[in-house]
Ligand binder design. Structure first.
Ligand code: FE2
Length: 274
């Protein structure tokens, strides 16, 4: 089956904040996270052309990153694998890195630039994805990229200037200098990405609140919706199909509730000048 499906090499399925629990009947904030995630992966697999890959932006586990949560994560990712989709997963503040690697053995054994973080570089015809791991401490809200990962990012960006660079990490950046529940080293990260003009977008989850805006340097900030629950009633849960264009990206919101007012919303973002 998988071999017969056409793949769109410019299309990417972006998911975040799955919060899958060991108990698949678990409900939080009125939502069954298993059912929501299954609806999302069914939607990804039903696309007319398969995306190049699925990227999942952290908070894979429910709250404490327990081993049983990742058993469910592994199980519920199988439809995407069966469809032939490469998967790229990163971690959030409700994850536990060792438990994640114990269950997702291919993630553990895959070559990665930093031994102790789930980071990586994914190249594609129209952009390079820099996947960062901002898990600092399980079940503690803020995140941290850390010096070693920041050094790798700066070096990898300098070595890969030929295409737009998209940064993909769980935590939102603080633009005010006061990170609170966001990325603790936002300032240091911004100092790396703002002057490197190939960086066009920073894509994240964490807030469970879909939206896009721009920072002062023209980097697009893309806040992915959760597949799990929202914190503010009425906000959309779902996933995003990102289609890379020559000079920008087209984001289509796939709401889990097809009657949601934002269902099918399309956002076209143009890249800042190089
Ligand atoms: Fe989350």
């Amino acid at each position: 089956m998988a071999a017969t499906r056409r793949v769109d090499e410019h299309s990417w399925a972006l998911l975040s904040d799955t919060h899958l629990a060991a108990d698949q009947q678990q409900v939080s904030h009125g939502v069954n996270m298993t059912a929501n995630f299954q609806a999302a992966t069914t939607g990804v697999c039903a696309l007319k052309r398969l995306p190049a890959a699925a990227l999942v932006c952290g908070d894979l586990a429910f709250t404490l990153g327990e081993p049983g949560d990742y058993t469910v994560v592994e199980q519920l990712l199988r439809p995407l694998r069966t469809a032939g989709l490469p998967l790229h997963l990163t971690l959030g503040n409700h994850d536990d890195r060792d438990h994640f690697w114990a269950a997702l053995t291919d993630a553990k054994t895959a070559a990665r630039p930093l031994a102790d973080h789930q980071a990586g570089l994914v190249r594609s015809p129209r952009a390079n994805w820099f996947i960062l791991d901002s898990l600092e401490k399980t079940n503690s809200t803020p995140g941290l990229i850390g010096e070693e990962q920041r050094s790798w990012l700066a070096r990898a960006l300098d070595e890969n200037q030929d295409k737009p660079a998209l940064i993909f990490a769980h935590h939102n950046l603080s633009l005010t200098g006061d990170p609170k529940s966001a990325m603790k080293d936002s300032d240091q990260l911004l100092q790396i990405i703002r002057p490197r003009k190939q960086v066009k977008a920073y894509i994240f989850g964490h807030t469970h609140d879909w939206g896009t805006w721009e920072d002062v340097s023209g980097i697009h900030l893309v806040n992915l919706p959760p597949t799990a629950y929202v914190f503010t009633p009425g906000r959309p849960s779902g996933w995003v199909q990102a289609s890379l264009e020559r000079r920008g990206i087209r984001l289509e919101l796939h709401c889990l509730d097809p009657r949601h007012p934002q269902a099918g919303q399309v956002v076209d973002l143009k890249w800042r000048a190089a």
